[in-house]
Write a protein of this length. Sequence first.
Length: 333
Amino acid sequence: MSYNSRGFCTERQDFVKKLLSKCSILCLQEHWLAQSQLSILGTLDENFVYTGVSGFSNNGVLLRRPFGGCAILWRSDMNTYVQVLDVHSNRACAIRLTSDAFRLLLICVCMPYEGGETMTDEFADQLLLSVVDSFIEANADCHVIIGGDFNVDLSRPRLRAAMLNSFCSSSGLLPADLHHNADIDFTYHFNMKTFSVLDHFLLSEVLFNTAVEGVFALHDIHNTSDHEPVILQLSLQVKYVQYSERVHTPQIALAKAKDVDRNKYRSCMSQLLCHTCVPTDAIMCKSVSCSDDSHTCAVNMYVEQLTQGPNSQNILRQFYDIFSTYRDLTPMS
């Protein structure tokens, strides 16, 4: 479940307690707690443990109301090993769940609102660069779940929506609210007059295709936040989500090669390619609507020489003969 509480007054705490009775894992955003107050999260339910970050620094005087922050709370009796990951961000926290059957990376995010170039830059930095993307790469052996307040409505033609869709495509993620088992009308309202879907779960493709049983917004009269909780129901069947152990194949580590070997390879390349006929006329043709069949034929023959001809095999052979001693024998962690 994911929920933006917009504060953590007594009534919001009571509502979060109610949510914890309905889920195994809760991604919480905008609790507005200082770092020294995060321990409050551990008092909500004795069956849950937590990790979290504050949205603001304890250094100096806070000149306006508290803001931001996110946390993940999970049941302590889950049959999984849970590792808290250090995200180095006040807009995200993450855990890694490992069992005999599966490995999951869960990231909770609280993205900045859409408010000019500065916020857009921070959105791109948090989402695409230093935080989320790097954690997905570092945990490549995990299925991925990213939940939280993205401050993006994917149905609207905005820059943020395009950025998030591009990120999903490049990372192999799919928004759960697009699943055929999803039933979400809105997750955010402004005085119950305008409505948007700003809160999402992003899932890796295997989870999206095999594990989603339901996705819906929980509309409850006791919720005093302007965000609605989003519930994601998954069925993690071993035959779909189990990972086999990865086999590491040592690769050529060119960064370790010495200059003398690099120069030797360049010399071999020059000798092997000196008799390759370059279709100069076709390559230098500046017509964007060129219909000269001889140009097409010449380029195709050139590509075939480079990729399938005798020289291509010799080039590969020389490459491995020269650089075979520079192998990276360290498996990815």
